[in-house]
Ligand binder design. Structure first.
Ligand code: 4AD
Length: 456
């Protein structure tokens, strides 16, 4: 269907010329001689006003209903009021009727209500803006890595090894439960892969394989977590950006993470000015100031041990008091980034007991060379580390955790054949989109969010 995007029609210089546009009716106003329709096709915030001279054109009432889809032919003219163009209609064709039960009505609908109609909520300004920003950010991720010499790698989604080692994998099976099988091992032996398989929680382990051959790689794809975290920041299926870098230590990893994040924020500021202005006005007051501050400031770095010292002084005000060895909860992350540092902060060198088996063990014997980037308003947005490159130490860490090493034989081999210092991190893509749009619930930056008891 040859037509002009409404974003183009609004700013076109072809005044006086014929144009065809398509879209959904957002508003309809009627008067004695003239009627006005506002049409939106999602290509911009702007809606194109369709002006109907009733003496020249009879309009089917179905074409005036909110949500109806139309194709309109007319003449582009300068808007009578405001900026841009409008279209003097010559022909209006109804593509699809829309009954009065259409749930996206003009009166403001809550995000909560819209979550119940994920197939329609993208017809609203807010969700269209979120998904335009999401698309721009995804393109910027590829551009950053491509222009910085990284190769794009696709790692498997079905795996037999649990990267984070925390048992949060969804199982992949083709077999119903069979009571005749005496043990779990028996059951898996007869399953599709012949071993226990699951959906990958991270592409990192395979990313390390690629980085220790190609130098610098990244993955950008879905990861799956079967954790029972029904929070505003957790999904069962999320998109994960994971660079992995050979010949790199923790400070190098931190440098790349900060550079990437600033690059992505700058890209969104430059390419989505209208969307960000909208979010700044209606979603998070001060968003633009926050983002401009972040791209122009150095992120803070502080060790876990220092962070605990700071937090312990405020233990009385926390629901979960901290001590050395405890995991940071979101209230602690919030306090550090918002009250203490006022900008994103890399917390480094966590106790080995609360981190994954693959992280480089520090000389103190107690901590690992890990980092989490905590950002104001959202908490952890990046998790990364230098990897343990020493075979013996890695085996010991797996043994301490009682892990089955047979599923990691190839991963261990990398440490036997020309091992190198290397590291990387994972950026949760939805968490990034939340951060730059100010949207508070991860379900509102995801087309069809999957979470505990929710697979609409
Ligand atoms: O800290 P995580 O678990 O680290 C890893 O998976 C490493 N293997 C990454 C690496 O070093 N290559 O996850 C990394 C990031 C988190 O900081 C968070 O932004 C996001 O992934 N994330 C989630 N996002 C949405 N829902 C969930 N359930 C998430 N779990 C992690």
């Amino acid at each position: 269907m040859k037509h002009l995007d409404i974003a183009e029609a609004l700013k076109s210089q072809n005044e006086g010329k014929d144009a065809v546009v398509c879209g959904w009716v957002r508003t309809f106003r009627d008067s004695a001689q003239v009627a006005f329709l506002e049409l939106s096709d999602g290509t911009s915030f702007g809606k194109l006003q369709i002006v109907i001279d009733k003496s020249a054109l009879a309009v089917d009432p179905e074409c005036t209903k909110l949500g109806a889809s139309l194709c309109v032919k007319g003449v582009l003219v300068k808007a009578y009021r405001g900026e841009g163009n409008e279209l003097n209609a010559k022909e209006i064709h109804l593509l699809g009727k829309c009954p009065p039960e259409y749930p996206i009505q003009k009166k403001r609908t809550t995000l909560d209500f819209l979550r119940g109609i994920p197939h329609l909520r993208l017809r609203t300004n807010t969700f269209q803006a979120v998904f335009r920003v999401r698309s721009v950010a995804a393109q910027a991720i590829h551009r950053y890595f491509h222009t910085h010499g990284y190769y794009y790698i696709n790692t498997p989604l079905i795996t037999a090894s649990d990267c984070e080692g925390a048992g949060e994998m969804f199982r992949v099976t083709t077999r119903p439960w069979n009571a005749a099988e005496k043990s779990e091992a028996d059951y898996y032996k007869n399953d599709f892969f012949g071993v226990k398989a699951g959906l990958s929680v991270s592409g990192q382990l395979e990313g390390e394989v690629a980085a220790t051959a190609l130098g610098k790689i990244y993955t950008f794809g879905p990861s799956f977590r079967a954790e029972n975290s029904n929070t505003k920041r957790h999904l069962a299926e999320f998109w994960h950006v994971e660079p992995e870098i050979a010949f790199a230590e923790l400070p190098d990893v931190i440098e790349v993470a900060e550079d990437l994040l600033k690059y992505l924020i700058r890209a969104v500021l430059e390419e989505c000015p209208e969307e960000l202005k909208f979010f700044d006005s209606f979603v998070e007051k001060g968003l633009l100031e926050k983002l401009n501050h972040v791209v122009n400031s150095d992120f803070a770095v502080c060790t876990y041990t220092e962070a605990i010292k700071i937090l312990e002084e405020k233990n009385a005000q926390f629901e979960f008091p901290v001590h050395w060895g405890s995991d940071l909860q979101s209230e602690h992350e919030k306090y550090l980034t918002e009250k203490i540092f006022g900008r994103p902060v890399f917390v480094t060198d966590y106790p080995k007991e609360i981190k994954s088996f693959y992280m480089k063990q520090n000389a103190d014997g107690k901590t690992v060379a890990a980092t989490d980037l905590l950002a104001p308003g959202i908490g952890e947005i990046i998790g990364g580390s230098e990897r343990e490159a020493d075979y013996g130490k890695l085996v010991a860490a797996m043994d301490e955790r009682g892990m089955d090493k047979s599923a990691y034989a190839q991963y261990l081999d990398l440490r036997l054949f020309g091992t190198v210092p290397h590291g990387g991190f994972g950026l949760g893509f939805e968490r990034f989109v939340m951060y730059v749009t100010g949207m508070e619930n991860i379900r509102d930056v995801t087309l069809f969010p999957r979470s505990v008891k929710n697979i609409m």
